[in-house]
Design a protein around this ligand. Structure first.
Ligand code: FAD
Ligand code: NAI
Length: 467
């Protein structure tokens, strides 16, 4: 095996494995190193994929228990948690093995071990057996991802006090689950355990859930989740947690200080964000600059301050999303191969896979107001969409924001069934610089949920016909 490559990619998540595959496709020799033992990074092993498997399974259980009778199906179903977890693990296993196959197909060498940059162009990889293999390359791509942000004073044991990783593998359904942080992980995994039978209380520091998401959508989201039985305590912080004979005693108080109170729980899920992961990578010695938040600093060609060293994905700035990492991976590989790699950060979608889903792209109303941009709004509720009626999923709406003068689509925010899939149309529209009228005048199949996107676009100019 050669120890010299055109490029070495450190990290085998969506940023790393996609960069290595694209390099291989472009005829460059590449190695992808990951210390985890299976490729796919956070996304495939402990993130996107296992969480979506559990969201899907728990949603089916909830549907069978609560909705079947309404459509004339009599069924008695019960949870088999070990089988649900086994199915999730099977999907993870198949997809991580799939990355190994893609490496072979594209002549990428996948290496299991901990990588450390010893100098520009030089990487040492320590294998599981402790043996060190020294590699050289013209280019090094850092794609080491992110890790759970800790809650000061709280030790995660992944049994009772868990991060997302522990919450994806609980052995029993907790009677009471306390979720700290009303962000994406808290609401997705909170939904999973709520549907499986837990009482879920969400503690959030801010006065709203899902910061960053369009406020009108976020408020509707909270109302819908509350209707499903999730309890929220906003503007609240956790100040301590004690293990008791029966579970956990969690002390909370108002975010700005005030009277303390205690909440009893069986499991506490800490999900207050993630932070870039660059530990033991040799960055200091190699002279690679980090910003105040520990992210690798790059220019818009993903180059760090050290020639020949690049970074993509969660370890650099921008949203911590698998598809953002993937797009940066493709761009950096193409740039290294002398092509014109580019990512349009104005059109990166973001989806919360609860029921209903929340999907957003582009600017929120709050951002447009703050930037002084004049805009028009078109909205359409799923209660008026025929397909939503037939599938009994009428909660939510589509909202299109378009430039007041040019009608160019500036943002699309959806809360409703299949919102993640519906959003793709708006992403494409934005990528093509389309106007809301372009969407409004495109023929949409009937009866589909996508007609709600069309009707919301018609609403921008006030000619919605189905309301
Ligand atoms: P990672 O996927 O974190 O991969 C980095 C890899 O680098 C890791 O495998 C690590 O072992 C390895 N590594 C680190 N240091 C070294 C070293 N020195 N040597 C060798 N290897 C090293 N995003 C979405 O878009 N959609 C979702 O639905 C979604 N769901 C999520 C659910 C959860 C519970 C979590 C935690 C995250 C979720 N995300 C989701 C976020 C998504 O997982 C990340 O944005 C994505 O994985 C980032 O990709 P990455 O390649 O930058 O890093
Ligand atoms: P998050 O940033 O989405 O949400 C964290 C929440 O915790 C925020 O609402 C924040 O105000 C709150 N918070 C912060 N400190 C707090 C404190 N001390 N007490 C109470 N609340 C506090 O982070 P989360 O949910 O941990 O997810 C991390 C990242 O993983 C996401 O930002 C996203 O990038 C990625 N992810 C994406 C998913 C998707 O695309 N569907 C799913 C899961 C994760």
């Amino acid at each position: 095996m050669a120890d010299s490559f055109d490029a070495i990619v450190i990290g085998g998540g969506p940023g790393g494995y996609n960069a290595a595959i694209r390099l291989g496709q472009l005829g460059l020799t590449a190695a992808c190193v990951d210390k985890r033992g299976s490729f796919g990074g956070t996304c495939l092993n402990i993130g996107c994929i296992p969480s979506k498997a559990l969201l899907h399974a728990s949603e089916r259980l909830h549907e069978a228990q609560n909705d079947f009778a309404r459509i004339g199906i009599k069924a008695q179903v019960e949870l088999d948690l070990p089988a649900m977890m086994a199915q999730k693990d099977k999907v993870v296993g198949e997809l991580t093995k799939g990355v190994e196959y893609l490496f072979r197909k594209n002549k990428v060498e996948g290496i299991v071990g901990e990588a450390r940059i010893t100098a520009p162009g030089k990487v040492d990889v320590k294998g599981k057996d402790g043996a060190v293999r020294s590699l050289t390359a013209k280019h090094i791509i850092i794609a080491t991802g992110s890790d759970v942000a800790p809650l000061p004073g709280v030790t995660i044991d992944e049994q009772q006090i868990v991060s997302s990783t522990g919450a994806l593998s609980l052995k029993t359904v907790p009677k009471k689950m306390l979720v700290v942080g009303a962000g994406v992980i808290g609401l997705e995994l909170g939904s999973v355990w709520k549907r499986l039978g837990s009482e879920v209380t969400v503690i959030e520091f801010l006065d709203r859930i899902t910061p960053g998401i369009d406020l009108e959508v976020s408020k509707a989201f909270q109302r819908i989740l509350a209707k499903q039985g999730m309890t929220f305590q906003l503007s609240t912080k956790v100040t301590g947690v004690e293990k008791t004979k029966t579970g956990l005693s969690v002390t909370v108080e108002p975010a700005q200080g005030g009277e303390k109170s205690v909440i009893e729980a069986d499991v506490m899920l800490v999900c207050i964000g993630r932070r870039p992961y660059t530990e033991n990578l040799g960055l200091e010695k190699a002279g690679v600059a980090l910003d105040k938040r520990g992210r690798v600093v790059t220019d818009n060609h993903y180059k760090t301050n050290v020639p020949g060293i690049y970074a993509v994905g969660d370890c650099r700035e921008g949203p911590m999303l698998a598809h953002k990492a993937e797009d940066e991976a493709v761009a950096v590989a193409e740039l290294i191969a002398g092509k014109a790699g580019h990512v349009n950060y104005d059109a990166i979608p973001s989806v919360v896979y609860t029921f209903p889903e929340v999907a957003t792209v582009g600017k929120t109303e709050e951002e447009l107001v703050a930037a002084g941009v004049k805009y028009k709004v078109g909205k359409f509720p799923f209660t008026a969409n025929a397909r939503a009626k037939t599938i009994m999923a009428t909660d939510g709406f589509v909202k299109i924001l378009a430039d007041a003068k040019t009608d160019k689509v500036l943002g699309c925010h959806i809360i409703g069934p299949e919102a993640g899939n519906l959003l793709a149309e708006a992403v494409l529209a934005m990528e093509f610089g389309a106007s809301s009228e372009d969407i409004a005048r495109s023929c949409h199949s009937h009866p589909t949920l996508s007609e709600a996107v069309r009707q919301a676009s018609m609403a921008v100019e006030g000619w919605t016909m189905q309301m």
